[in-house]
Design a protein around this ligand. Structure first.
Ligand code: ZN
Length: 393
């Protein structure tokens, strides 16, 4: 199959990648993981002239690390994308049989984010063919959709670069910022009793409702005032709720999970503090209220200044290829935050629409794949010509 992919052909590579099932097994027990897609991409990139290494970030689940360019200038630009996809339940079309229809390529992972991976690989080839002095580090990683083990593994290996472009789907908008998030599980404790024994029972579900209402008031009040110019406002919602054993029993316990989406500049502990305050307010009104909090995963936001040289260079690359540059915030979390936090300023820019990611119908506009490839090729040229180290924050 790999021999059939012409050098630098982003669309052909997208099709080849979409045709390979790479569902993340941590999200979908039937998912085979990234091994086949990674070895296939590695073979393509070797044929295209890259120096390629496979590094197992998890057993049987390798990252692809590919280098192109002489590196004589001592400069390195990182292009990063993920190879895993979410599950396929409820999809309205064949997930792994990429189909072209009305200028769209359909398939699971078409938009999130095999088109982005293909575009960055093709752009690296086109830029290198035009002649560069620096080194391009193209990384196609595992597990972004679950624990981001792939990009964490790369960073543990000590990769360095002046800047990074993460080619997640942004509809070709330049996205220097995205939100972070924090999860929490709150268990509200009541007292079990026969449904007729109101004087004995303490309704854990009603108490959980008080807390949900309190947090919702916070989200509709205070949080509307916490804003970011590209990302809008902070937010908070309940994700799951479970409790009770039957209609004739006072529920002893009700467990609710919450998610707080955070903005750049907010403390990592902000949600833990907000929960504590909300619980205190509920307890002041309902003295029998008892809850225990288990804080879950926290992922930091990403926030590059819009004046950062890599943002400016990407704006110029858009304009030079006939595309009006658009600066936007990306609502979802990405590996860009991990790269930025490790000192490699990262932004998101790629083909595809995040609204179609993880959706029942997933496609990418074929024209966007070509446009992303052209813009990224131009961007790489600009990075290579920029003599200083200005890209490193
Ligand atoms: Zn993605």
């Amino acid at each position: 199959m790999t021999a059939a992919i012409p050098r630098g052909d982003a669309l052909a590579l997208t099709r080849a990648l979409v045709a390979i099932d790479s569902r993340n097994p941590s999200l979908d027990a039937a998912g085979p993981g990234e091994s086949t897609v990674a070895t296939t991409l590695a073979a393509v990139l070797r044929a295209w002239g890259f120096q390629v290494e496979l590094h197992e970030a998890l057993p049987g689940r390798p990252n692809v690390l590919a280098r192109l360019g002489p590196g004589t200038s001592g400069r390195t630009l990182l292009l990063n994308g993920h190879l895993d996809t979410v599950g396929v339940e409820g999809m309205t079309h064949a997930p792994f049989d990429p189909t072209l229809r009305d200028g769209r390529l359909y398939g699971r992972g078409a938009t999130d984010m095999k088109a982005g991976v293909a575009a960055m690989c093709a752009a690296a080839v086109h830029a290198a063919d035009a002649g560069i002095g620096g080194e391009l580090l193209v990384t196609a990683v595992i597990d972004e959709e679950y624990g981001s083990v792939g990009t964490r593994h790369l960073l543990q290996q000590g990769i360095r670069a002046e800047a990074a472009i993460v080619t997640e789907p942004t509809r070709l908008a330049i996205c220097p910022s995205h939100k972070g998030f924090t999860w929490a599980e709150v268990t509200v404790h009541g007292r079990a009793a026969h449904g007729s024994r109101y004087e004995v029972g303490v309704d854990a579900i009603a108490h959980a409702a008080h807390l949900i209402a309190e947090l919702d008031a916070h989200q509709q009040g205070v949080l509307t005032g916490i804003t970011h110019p590209l990302l809008g406002r902070a937010s908070l919602h309940a994700g799951t709720i479970r409790g009770g054993t039957g209609p004739s029993t006072y529920a002893e316990r009700c467990t609710v999970t919450f998610e707080r989406r955070t903005l750049p500049g907010e403390r990592a502990t902000i949600f833990a503090e907000e929960l504590e305050d909300a619980i205190a307010r509920v307890r002041a009104r309902h003295p029998g209220f008892v809850a225990t909090v288990q804080m879950g995963l926290t992922q930091q936001p990403n926030d590059l200044p819009v004046t950062h040289p890599v943002v400016r260079a990407l704006e110029a690359a858009c304009a030079a290829t006939g595309h009006a540059p658009r600066l936007e915030g990306l609502s979802c979390w990405t590996d860009a935050a991990l790269l930025s936090a490790a000192g490699i300023p990262a932004l998101c820019f790629g083909p595809g629409d995040i609204a179609l990611a993880h959706a029942a119908e997933e496609w990418v506009a074929v024209a966007e794949i070509a446009q992303a490839t052209a813009i990224l090729t131009e961007l790489i040229g600009r990075w290579d010509r920029d003599a200083g180290d200005a890209w490193r924050r």
